[in-house]
Design a protein around this ligand. Structure first.
Ligand code: GUN
Length: 288
């Protein structure tokens, strides 16, 4: 068997064209969706991600405001910027790129972003909505994975799903989204004793561990759906995921490549959330 490809690049192109149409529709009412992207420090990976997000805004008809703050920016200064953006009528989404420097309290920063502008879906209240099964602004990477599965006609209902990685950004919201769609979900993490014991039973594996080649052919069921959220830079400069792609693709039913799988979908879901936030803003304005 050779796995079919979950092509995030192709799906993203289609979805971004739709976002653009929605942006044009609300522009007719004098409103251009706006996303503020805040980067603190010079982390090269974060700079790359932020560049991709700003480029996607151009493609999707979203106005982007980029704030590059020096590494020494104090927490108070960052919170003051977020408060200004919260109050800015032209800004519908606010994204603070993570990780932040150690002297800044991430939780305080995320809780300061107005929930209706929290396009990352990281605010505790948005996480609460997701947990209760009615997300308003779902976090982007897991929402991108769900969109890839839906596009391929893969219904999680009744399936065994294993999520590898329990981060707040990917693993936990991923598990909640799969659960809300009827999957039986197991979350594995750095302290899981025997990963293979879980993955061999999985119909769907989503891996977000940051370990190149963590998922090997002998760890999966024949025909399983393998979604790779990992982005790892090897010493030779190449980018690989968390799955041993060349081996696993000969046994899996579906597999997402890196690059070109989940990565572009994360950015596309950010555009979708920005549009959603702008549309909420517009309907609230019309109701006034
Ligand atoms: N750093 C890594 N992934 C993400 C993400 O999805 N959003 C933000 N804000 N920072 C990140």
């Amino acid at each position: 068997m050779v796995a079919r490809i979950l092509d995030g690049k192709a799906l993203s192109a289609r979805l971004r064209a739709r976002v653009r149409q929605r942006a044009e529709a609300i522009a007719q009412h004098g409103l251009q969706p706006g996303l503020a992207v805040v980067l603190v420090g010079e982390n090269p990976a974060s700079q790359l991600y932020v560049n991709n997000k700003v480029r996607a805004c151009v493609e999707s008809g979203v106005r982007s405001l980029r704030y590059n703050l020096p590494r020494q920016t104090s927490e108070t200064e960052l919170l003051a910027l977020i408060c200004r953006l919260n109050a800015d009528e032209q800004v519908h989404g606010i994204l603070v790129q993570l990780p932040l420097p150690d002297h800044i309290d991430v939780r305080r920063v995320l809780e300061t972003i107005a929930i209706e502008k929290d396009v990352d879906g990281f605010h505790a209240q948005n996480v609460g909505h997701l947990t209760l099964g009615h997300p308003r602004l779902p976090s982007c990477t897991p929402a991108g994975v769900m969109a890839l599965l839906d596009d391929a006609g893969i219904d999680p209902a009744g399936k065994n799903a294993v999520v590898i990685g329990a981060s707040n950004i990917v693993g936990k919201p991923m598990a909640l989204m799969l659960l809300s769609r009827g999957a039986t979900v197991t979350v594995c993490h750095a302290q899981t004793r025997d990963l293979t014991q879980h993955t061999v039973l999985a119909d769907i594996v989503v891996v977000a561990a940051g370990c190149p080649k963590l998922v090997q052919k002998q760890m999966i069921q024949s025909g399983a759906v393998i979604v790779d959220v990992g982005i790892n830079r090897l010493p030779d400069g190449s980018i690989v995921g968390d799955v041993d792609f060349d081996q696993v693709k000969t046994k899996a039913g579906w597999i997402s490549p890196v690059p070109g799988g989940v990565g572009p979908m994360t950015v596309t879901m950010l555009m979708e959330n920005t549009l959603r936030a702008a549309e909420y803003h517009q309907s609230a304005r019309l109701a006034e």
